[in-house]
Design a protein. Structure first.
Lengths: 362, 610
């Protein structure tokens, strides 16, 4: 179990700043997911921790020991950092068998042959890949290749796992299975895991901590629940959640019973947040109640489109220029152009300062 | 937050550590070493040649006043471009060079594009077999056809036996048909069309039929599809084919020598050669610089024209389908034309050369004249070639064959390894100035026509330089020049192999603690082996037939087979010269057959120089 610390790490590629002054601490034994759209610098952070990329500024410490420091010109090579990595493409050597792939790291560590054999078969058995030793990677399915990549990472028993979008090449069903296996693996090995993905569902389901990145900058580092419930800024609010959060611009002023936000077509009442001025209200689709009958306090909308998805349905509703997305349960049936009434829960709405984009704390 | 608890070492130590840390990275160290080697092999020779042209040379003593050996002067440039003999010195050869290269390029592109279209995009029967046959000239020496041409159209002007044409018709072919620009253009065109064919058929085969079908659905007719969709897509390949044929025709030496010199028709490359023979080094080097400038201008124009379109060639996606345009009524007439072309222009010259090498008396095509004399005689008969021994019993031939094999083999092996190392250094350093420098310098030999490149090396290695002895006349110099001239292709091939391997496969080994050497041995070399082998064979083929590049640098003891062809041809021992060409053809075909055995090998790969 090892702590990883990044201090003011910056990395440029030519003129573009891939990672911009990022500081973050990854606690021992935690499962940290770095989440962000493509090109946000998340993979670069992972590669800098791995020692495959050298930062332009800052320091990286593993277990209190600096493995990189610009000021002191320290750079510890990847192999001496005690970590294992799964690449996005798996990077299985196509000219080696499964056995040779997995044994490679052990050979490099000069482990005796007999022990290597034992360790490889043990780890392949753990990953339900026994009997596949003599196959070549091209002869395996995507899921099996994924397991070989994992086995190769696990074989030398690293105390830190670095995983670069390891599930992005798998189909949806397999991805579900692998998520739970990875989570189990993390628990059983007590390793510190850093996981890079652009898939927010993966981030929310698997990690103990989520770091959201955008344009090279760290936007928020918190638990999945907190990131989901209280996004630190408008970017995070917009990025997390599917279907996307409704962002409505308005003007807030204190009123009796809480803050009142005037959104133009309608207004939100009694928000338990103190705010005044131009704001953006963030309302999650599942936090809106939809009624097909007129109800007290309900705001009248007309249904623009309905997208059923089995257990639930996504309904887009419109009231003049304002469009909202609402998630409804299976029980509610609506048709296009039908009139519906929406009820907003003031406790579930987050307000953001329009100018700075930051969350206005309760 | 940033509580730096570490003790700060002294700034100097930090600087030194940083420098060491940068230099110790394998690709940086490799880039630096390769960079120095490249500068020595490419940049220094170029400077040296320029230097000779602006200093007094020993041979100028009787030509001009104010002579002072080694001092700076513009004498050579003035004499060459503005003197009383400048017409003969530079302008006539320049015009001749342009005329023959433009003519040859036009012919080559017409034939190459036409055949490429017929053999990849139509329903012509037997496309596969014919496609293989029409690429044969690519692997032959560029001057094979010129020798066959002489055999066929020789006229009494030169004395000696008559040609095949006169043998058949009884009439002597006119001079313009036997020697000079017309045969040069035809002989070069019939060789270089194969280059255009390879590039164009590759490009045409990679145009996805869906792109054309989309046009069809939107109501475009055949001609509109061709003009608006297909041609723009293959335009970059067409321009590459143009530049390749043009710059090669410009720098070629054998063909204008065999077909032009007998009537005093000189191109830049042949006059460069004769100036050097007469001892006018500076004049020869000026012609070399003119050739380099011409070639650089063409390539620059090509880069400007292609610009961003370059990427079109690689758009081939998965599930590629290629559609054959039905030829309908044209099918059989076109088939006859293509078959005739292959028989007369591709196989004909080879058959003619084989036949002639089997004639006891030159150009007597009767069956009774057939004999193995020239292959097997032990010599001594003063009636035939002054008693020269037969090819198979001639120590000169065996020695040249050994030299040829050694030169091609060693060059190809060195080039394959250097190419991979260059590719590695360039790909790993992508984005750094060092990587760009390597890529640019490795590309430079492409700009320099072979004969000029040979001249450059002559200037450079005639005298000792620094720690290196004078290499002139040695075998190592031949290897050096062949390796350097092949750098552009080998470095491109190395870059593309490295890009195919991708960086993650190597990084995965790095994560497990594999050293640089181990990564190379266990990951990179196994994964690039097919590229290495095909690169080896391609260089082998191109080196074994090389004449222009090394003709200025060989000595009698380092003679290779093409030199011997050249020498026997000058002495008028036609059958011996033709016999050696036949040997070279067989060797090239064998190497090509081997290439076919290598998985993933691609004949056109060595062509994509830019």
């Amino acid at each position: 179990m090892q702590r990883i610390e990044l201090r003011h790490v910056t990395k440029r590629f030519g003129k573009t700043v891939a990672v911009d002054d990022v500081s973050l601490t990854i606690e021992p034994g935690s499962f940290l997911t770095i989440l962000g759209p493509s090109g946000c610098g998340k993979t670069t952070i992972l590669r800098m921790i791995a020692g495959l990329e050298e930062p332009d500024a800052g320091e990286i410490l593993i277990d209190g020991r600096p493995v990189f420091s610009r000021a002191e010109s320290i750079f510890v090579p990847a192999a001496e950092r005690g970590l294992g990595m799964v690449f996005q493409s798996y990077a299985l050597w196509p000219h080696m068998t499964v056995y040779q792939n997995v044994a490679f790291g052990l050979e490099m560590a000069r482990m005796p042959k007999a022990q290597i054999r034992q360790r490889v078969s043990e780890i392949l058995a753990d990953l339900q890949m026994a009997g596949m030793e003599d196959r070549y990677p091209q002869e395996l399915s995507g899921g099996q290749q994924q397991r070989v990549a994992l086995a190769r990472m696990l074989a030398p028993k690293p105390s830190i796992f670095l995983l670069d979008e390891p599930l992005s090449n798998l189909d949806a069903r397999l991805r579900m299975d692998m998520r739970s296996e990875l989570k189990r693996l993390h628990r059983d090995t007590h390793a510190t895991a850093v996981y890079v993905t652009h898939d927010q569902l993966e981030a929310l389901t698997m990690s103990t901590h989520v770091a959201v990145m955008c344009a090279g900058r760290l936007q928020q580092l918190a638990s999945p629940d907190e990131v989901y419930r209280y996004p630190a800024n408008l970017f995070v609010a917009d990025f997390i959640g599917s279907p996307k959060v409704n962002l409505l611009e308005g003007y807030a002023r204190p009123a009796a019973g809480g803050t009142r936000v005037d959104l133009g077509t309608f207004s939100l009442e009694a928000l338990p947040v103190w705010a005044e001025g131009a704001v953006v209200a963030a309302i999650r689709p599942e936090d809106v109640q939809l009624s097909t009958e007129p109800v007290a306090g309900g705001v009248e909308f007309s249904v623009y489109s309905v997208l059923p998805a089995g257990s639930e349905a996504i309904v887009n509703v419109r009231c003049r220029e304002t469009m909202l997305t609402v998630k409804v349960g299976r029980g509610t049936r609506v048709d296009m152009d039908q009139t519906v009434w929406l009820i907003f829960d003031p406790r579930s709405i987050n307000l953001y300062d329009k100018a700075s984009g930051l969350l206005i704390a309760a | 937050m940033a509580t730096v608890t570490l003790r700060r070492p002294s700034p100097l130590r930090v600087q030194l550590r940083r420098l060491w840390h940068v230099l110790a990275r394998p690709h940086v160290a490799l880039s630096l070493i390769l960079g120095l080697v490249l500068i020595y092999l490419v940049i220094v020779p170029l400077l040296r040649i320029a230097w000779v042209t602006v200093t007094w040379q020993a041979e100028d003593a009787r030509l001009a006043r104010g002579f002072e050996e080694g001092a700076l002067t513009l004498f050579h440039w003035q004499r060459t471009f503005f003197g009383s003999v400048s017409r003969e010195l530079v302008y006539a050869p320049l015009v001749n060079t342009l005329v023959t290269s433009v003519g040859a390029t036009a012919l080559a592109l017409f034939l190459g594009c036409g055949l490429a279209w017929l053999l990849t995009r139509t329903d012509l029967p037997g496309r596969r077999l014919m496609g293989n046959l029409v690429t044969i000239p690519y692997i032959l020496p560029s001057w094979t056809i010129s020798l066959a041409w002489i055999t066929c159209f020789k006229n009494p002007r030169l004395g000696g036996a008559i040609g095949f044409f006169q043998f058949l018709t009884g009439a002597a072919p006119p001079n313009w048909l036997a020697y000079g620009p017309v045969p040069i253009i035809i002989a070069l065109g019939l060789h270089y069309y194969a280059f255009a064919y390879l590039l164009m058929s590759g490009a045409l085969a990679s145009v996805d039929v869906y792109l054309e079908e989309s046009g069809e659905i939107l109501g475009a007719n055949r001609w509109q599809i061709l003009r608006r969709i297909t041609i723009p897509l293959v335009l970059p390949a067409l321009l590459s084919a143009f530049i390749l044929t043009f710059s090669r025709s410009m720098g070629t030496f054998g063909t204008p020598l065999f077909l032009g010199r007998p009537v005093g028709y000189y191109t830049l490359s042949t006059s460069l050669y004769s100036f050097l023979r007469q001892g006018f080094r500076a004049d020869a080097f000026i012609l070399g610089l003119v050739l380099i400038a011409l070639s650089a201008i063409t390539i620059y124009m090509n880069q400007r024209l292609i610009g961003t379109r370059k990427s079109f060639v690689t758009i081939a996606g998965r599930g590629l389908r290629v559609r054959g345009t039905p030829l309908r009524g044209w099918k059989y007439p076109l088939l006859v034309i293509v078959v005739l072309f292959i028989v007369v222009c591709v196989l004909g010259p080879i058959v003619l050369l084989v036949w002639q090498s089997l004639q006891l008396n030159d150009n007597d095509y009767s069956l009774g004249n057939l004999s193995l004399y020239w292959w097997t005689t032990t010599g001594g008969n003063r009636l035939y070639a002054e008693g020269e021994r037969g090819l198979l019993r001639n120590p000169l031939v065996w020695n040249a064959a050994r030299n040829s094999l050694a030169l091609a083999g060693i060059t190809a092996a060195v080039v394959a390894v250097v190419g991979l190392l260059l590719g590695y250094a360039i790909v790993k350093g992508r984005g750094t100035w060092l990587s760009k420098l390597l890529e640019q310098v490795a590309f430079l030999p492409y700009l320099i026509p072979s004969i000029a490149f040979g001249a450059v090396y002559l200037a450079m290695f005639a005298r000792p330089l620094g720690p290196f002895p004078a290499l002139y006349g040695t075998f190592s110099l031949l290897v050096l020049v062949c390796v350097a001239k092949n750098l552009p292709f080998s470095s491109r091939a190395g870059v593309s192999s490295m890009l195919q391997v991708g960086k993650e496969l190597e990084e995965a080994a790095m994560m497990h603690g594999a050293s640089w050497f181990t990564r190379f041995r266990r990951v990179i070399i196994p994964l690039t082996s097919s590229g290495l082998v095909s690169g080896f064979l391609l260089t082998f083929i191109s080196t074994i037939r090389e004449l222009s590049l090394i003709v200025l640098l060989v000595s009698p003891s380092t003679f290779v087979l093409p030199n011997l062809v050249f020498r026997y041809n000058e002495q008028g021992f036609t059958q011996l010269a033709d016999g050696i060409v036949v040997v070279l053809v067989v060797m090239s075909l064998a190497a090509q057959w081997l290439i076919g055995r290598v998985k993933g090998a691609d004949l056109a790969r060595g062509l994509r120089g830019n």
